[in-house]
Design a protein around this ligand. Structure first.
Ligand code: SF4
Ligand code: SF4
Length: 92
């Protein structure tokens, strides 16, 4: 699962509380406001959301991020499951 964090700059007062709780180092100060760091990975813990008294932070799950290899393996599993179901139906 991947997560995306956004900060509402109109609400952020620059208290830096979110920076202190984020163990992933996802947030930094930019122009006196908190901002997500692009190349870091959000863990989806929502500690920053909970600590922000201004309700300036939104964390959303952006869905499962799978590599092409994982997707091809999952495709193989689907075929295997279909084959197993077919065998069961035929009493084999
Ligand atoms: S906790 Fe909220 S108000 Fe404080 S810096 Fe972070 S986003 Fe801004
Ligand atoms: S949800 Fe957790 S990992 Fe993500 S930015 Fe907030 S504190 Fe950091």
């Amino acid at each position: 699962m991947a997560f995306q964090v956004t900060v509402d700059l109109k609400k952020c007062n620059g208290c830096e509380e979110c920076l202190e709780v984020c163990t992933a180092g996802m947030l930094r100060m930019q122009g006196g406001r908190a901002a997500p760091v692009e190349d870091r990975e959000c863990l989806g813990c929502e500690l920053c959301v909970g600590v922000c008294d201004e309700n300036a932070i939104t964390m959303t799950a952006t869905g499962v991020s799978l590599s092409p290899t994982c997707l091809s393996l999952l495709g193989g599993l689907d075929e295997e499951e279909a084959e197993t179901a077919s065998r069961r139906r035929d009493g084999l």
